[in-house]
Design a binder for this molecule. Structure first.
Ligand code: PLP
Ligand code: COI
Length: 360
């Protein structure tokens, strides 16, 4: 059988229809899961094998599995959408496959062939198609890979599990599409030059939790990380990239310096903003500039973006020295326009001129 031929075993006791529909009435983020999962194994002597889609269930993991000790783990985040016409689509899924392999390379893990990654995602979406919500919700897909060899020496594992799970989701933020409040971390940084900042590895998120907790304790939705070397330049949020819209029609976003995640939403927004006649400049932008530009009114809008968060306006920024608001602390015109364009393309109501949308 070909590498990408998945054995399909339907879940014998799927969630009853009424229970699923009830759960759909109030979708949050990441708490509800579908009936199935896709799993593929890798062994140093066998390569990828045993591709299967079957009932979602716990793994058996040896207590010495290296992921539990040295955190050799990577993941992706993508969504399946159901358009008004019932069509189910993915947004630029091959970009997730490519980023996954860049993360794998950084973490000394095996390459997952792009067609295997995509097939795993598509087979799962197909078998769990009824789990893709209509309307505003979407099916969040979480491909991930972890080191499963039972061995305590510090070297790359000789065995891995690649898996995809799926979760019907609503808005990432409790406030829905209301502008978010950010906390600028004083003590903590996310990633240093030469580190793993550009990789989507679990360890980056573990390291961000204390800063995120600090943000929550200050009443903020997300933490903003400044660079590790000078603690001066804005990098990104715990789980999103950032953009700044100026009064002269320029849009600034931090460059892909190796310490931030190269967001697929970020890349798409850069293209859409260009389509809208805005001039996008990828350049370092400091916290001091941010505060000064917000105060002077030169900065009109700011927003965060990512698969989970979509496009979220930034209303208020808190920092150890005080706080400032952006514009009138609402959602700016360009932010709203970009959000409408992006979500419209994803759901098939806006023309997909860049060829980003893929039918499942
Ligand atoms: N930055 C971080 C740290 C993230 O976790 C994410 C989410 O995946 C992003 C940025 C945005 O990336 P994308 O737009 O590909 O979802
Ligand atoms: C995503 O947007 O997919 C992420 O991984 C962000 C995370 C905070 C859920």
């Amino acid at each position: 059988t070909a590498l990408t031929d998945f054995k399909i075993v339907a879940n014998a006791s799927p969630m009853p229809e009424a229970e699923r529909l009830k759960a759909f009435e109030n979708l949050g983020f990441g708490t509800l899961f579908t009936d199935h999962m896709a799993v593929v194994h890798w062994h140093v002597d066998k390569g990828w094998h045993g591709a299967e889609v079957s009932a979602r269930k716990p793994f058996q993991v040896d207590p010495a599995a290296s992921v539990l000790h040295y955190a050799q783990e990577i993941f992706e985040g993508m969504k399946a959408y159901k358009g008004a016409d019932g069509r189910i689509t993915l947004f630029r899924p091959e970009e997730n496959a490519r980023r996954f392999n860049r993360s794998a390379e950084r973490m000394a893990m095996p390459d997952v062939p792009e067609e295997l990654f995509l097939k795993a995602v598509e087979e799962l979406v197909k078998i769990d198609a009824k789990w893709v919500p209509e309307g505003e919700g979407s099916l969040y897909l979480r491909p991930f890979m972890f080191a499963s060899e039972a061995f305590l020496g510090v070297r790359p594992s000789r065995e891995y599990v690649f898996c995809v799970i799926a979760s019907p989701v609503g808005p990432y933020f409790k406030g829905g599409s209301k502008p978010v409040t950010l906390w600028v971390s004083e003590h903590y940084t996310r990633a240093a030059p030469g580190g793993t900042g550009a990789a989507k590895c679990g360890g980056n998120y573990a390291a961000s939790l204390l800063a995120q907790k600090e943000a929550s304790s200050r009443g903020c939705d997300q933490v903003v990380f400044l660079d590790a070397a000078e603690h001066k330049w804005i990098e990104e949020l715990g789980g999103m990239n950032v953009f700044f819209v100026m009064d002269d029609g320029t849009v600034v976003t931090p460059p892909l310096s190796g310490t931030i995640l190269p967001g697929i939403t970020r890349n798409s927004i850069i293209k859409l903003a260009g389509d809208n006649g805005l001039k996008v400049i990828e350049r370092p932008y400091s916290f001091d500039e941010w505060m000064a530009d917000a105060r002077s009114g030169r900065l009109r809008e700011a927003f965060a973006c990512g698969t989970a968060a979509v496009v979220a306006a930034i209303g208020t920024v808190r920092h150890p020295g005080g706080e400032f608001v952006i514009g009138n602390a609402g959602t700016g015109i360009e932010t709203e326009k970009l959000r409408t364009q992006l979500t419209g393309i994803q759901r098939g109501s806006v023309a997909d001129t860049h060829g980003w949308v893929k039918d499942v």
